[in-house]
Design a protein around this ligand. Structure first.
Ligand SMILES: [Ca+2]
Length: 195
């Protein structure tokens, strides 16, 4: 009998239908002028032309499944900062009013459960299909579960220890930093949700 200690549902918001990507804002807390950017590179001439302009971005909204890389200089050069979640104040990253070019990427996903070794959906990754996996290896820093599936994570091998169930019911679930809810993953079960 699996012992479920916690249930998380709908952690990440459903990405909006249609045009998805990121939105950059003039002021902190998503205020002031703004522009929504889709996947691809957006160089200095475009940044300068669109609101809020060059060296003027202070907060960023990032739709689930996307990454924005801010570059201090034109031509995707100079210092850079990658973000995969909504960030209301770039001052906290030393990145306020610095951006002169930026790139938007879609984070690649596949399978019914995917993990990355580093926070922010970077580093080595692995993907699994529906099934029971008694001995997991590697670091589960960020995870993705597509809509329609659920994953139960166990802190011990062979489905022992603490467990947490994550249901992707109404939308894909993206967890950028799994350690905030779960410190160890040694085994897991992936199931297809039933109606
Ligand atoms: Ca700059």
């Amino acid at each position: 009998m699996k012992k479920i200690l916690g249930i998380i549902a709908g952690i990440a918001m459903l990405q909006t239908t249609g045009y998805a990507g990121v939105t950059v804002y003039q002021h902190v807390n998503y205020e002031g002028t703004s522009t929504k950017y889709g996947v691809g590179g957006h160089n200095f001439s475009e940044i300068r032309r669109k609101a809020p302009g060059d060296d003027a971005i202070s907060s960023v909204r990032v739709d689930p499944g996307y990454r924005i890389i801010l570059y201090w200089d034109p031509n995707f050069s100079g210092r850079s900062l990658a973000l995969t979640k909504n960030t209301p104040n770039l001052l906290n990253y030393g990145a306020n009013d610095q951006t002169s070019s930026l790139r938007v990427e879609k984070i690649p996903v596949d399978g019914n459960f995917k993990r990355w070794e580093n926070v922010g959906y970077v580093g080595k990754s692995a993907t699994w299909k529906v099934g029971e996996y008694a001995n997991a290896t590697g670091n589960f820093a960020s995870v993705f579960i597509p809509k329609g599936y659920s994953v139960t994570l166990f802190s011990g091998a062979n489905f022992s220890g603490n467990a947490i169930a994550i249901y992707a019911q109404d939308s894909d679930v993206w967890i950028e930093n799994l350690s905030s809810i779960c410190h160890s993953v040694k085994s897991f079960v992936i199931e297809k949700n039933t109606e």
